[in-house]
Design a protein around this ligand. Structure first.
Ligand code: NAD
Ligand code: TYD
Length: 349
């Protein structure tokens, strides 16, 4: 069936994998990629599909209401997969307001534009909000986040994503706008901006620079390969139940310190360095304010109801990721020159 689908944030890390998957897998769909190209957006991430006949890139800001209304009126999208966001917790601590603008108000702008363009005829339409497990707050030593876990966001980023989810549900309840929300754990893979832990460490190990581990390094995250997240999004978009929430996670918990040690081992092998060389770069630094201790996802609803499974083990995924950063050295050089240098200095010195 032919469909017009708007994917927002498709020049970013996860969005680029979702856009590529949809453009290649569904030749009868037309995929519109709306992205403001902030520091995190990069057309290099999707250059391989730039010329596809079923693909259009639109540079635009979800905070621009007039632009959005015109766009939705013109195209009457069948579906929206919404990923555009400010996504880095540390930046949300330094500047919360831009997270409120883009993640909360930007999402509300999109919902309104979608609702108005549909003129309340939502037959076969869907608004799919891509969210995070961080909305649930922090876990203790045991337990997992389920779809029923109450929201308890702790960082400005998490609060803005929680508010975005609330806004989507409110439009569902008030205007019968058909929606789905998924909340995913930490992703890793190609195109990941090196402000986040894994690509930052890969970059620094290559350069023999110190590896900043916050606090005691015992904070725990549940890591998922980004292509497995994109596959889950595809499955949920096509087979998920309207009005439902799905948790997505890797069943793959690591403390930050163990993870950085594993990266050091894999990178020493790759770089033909003496065993233990890179681990000497590990440096404990001041903790993140309000740092969530542990995230871990119960993805059994997605697995049991829709049959989703992650496709790669963590070690396979990490090796693929490291190899990608080695074959895409220019990408890394480009994104770490310019404003990244100021960000890094500000953040770590
Ligand atoms: P990212 O920061 O790599 O990409 C965000 C993209 O959104 C960029 O291309 C940026 O240019 C675009 N964007 C930002 N502000 C915009 C605006 N005002 N208008 C239009 N475009 C704008 O983020 P990511 O890691 O790919 O995350 C994508 C989504 O997935 C986010 O909603 C995030 O909350 C969610 N998520 C991320 C993770 C993760 O581990 N990275 C996990 C779960 C959920
Ligand atoms: P990050 O990749 O920023 O993802 P999130 O905050 O969304 O979980 O961080 C992952 C974990 O690694 C988190 O516990 C914070 C920690 N961390 C460090 O210890 N050092 C760093 O330089 C960064 C960026 C993160």
């Amino acid at each position: 069936m032919s469909k017009k689908i708007l994917i927002t944030g498709g020049a970013g890390f996860i969005g680029s994998h979702v856009v590529r998957l949809f453009v290649n897998k569904y030749p009868s769909y037309h995929i519109f990629n709306l992205d403001a190209l902030t520091y995190a957006g990069n057309l290099e991430n999707i250059k391989d599909i730039a010329e596809a006949t079923n693909y259009t890139f639109i540079k635009g800001d979800i905070n621009d209401v007039n632009f959005l209304n015109t766009l939705f009126d013109e195209h009457k999208f069948d579906g929206v997969i919404h990923l555009a966001a400010e996504s880095h917790v540390d930046r949300s601590i330094k500047n919360p307001n831009i997270f409120i603008e883009t993640n909360v108000i930007g999402t509300a702008n999109l919902l309104s534009a979608f609702k108005d363009a549909c003129q309340s005829d939502f037959k076969n339409k869907l608004f799919y909000n891509i969210s995070t497990d961080e909305v649930y707050g922090s876990l203790g030593k045991t337990g997992l986040f389920t779809e029923e876990t109450p929201y308890d966001p702790q960082s400005p980023y998490a609060a803005s994503k929680a508010a975005s989810d609330h806004m989507v549900r409110a439009f569902g309840n008030t205007f019968q706008l058909p929606f789905i929300i998924s909340n995913c754990s930490n992703n890793y893979g190609a195109n990941h901006f090196p402000e986040k832990l894994i690509p930052l460490c890969i970059h620094n190990i290559k350069k023999n620079k110190s590896l900043p581990v916050y606090g005691d390094g015992q904070y725990t995250r549940d890591w998922l390969f980004v292509e497995d997240h994109a596959n889950a999004i595809d499955l949920i978009f096509h087979e998920g139940k309207v009005g439902e929430t799905y948790n997505i996670g890797g069943c793959n918990e690591w403390t930050n310190l163990d993870l950085v040690h594993l990266l050091c081992e894999l990178m020493d092998e790759k770089l033909d360095r003496e065993k233990g060389h890179s681990a000497k770069l590990i440096t404990f630094v001041k903790d993140r304010a309000g740092h969530d201790r542990r995230y871990a996802i119960d993805a059994s609803k997605l697995m049991n109801e829709l049959g989703w499974r992650p496709s790669v083990s963590f070690e396979e995924g990490l090796v693929k990721t490291i190899n990608w950063y080695f074959t895409n050295e220019k990408w890394l050089t480009n994104v770490t020159s310019g404003s990244y240098k100021d960000y890094y200095k500000n953040m770590y010195h």
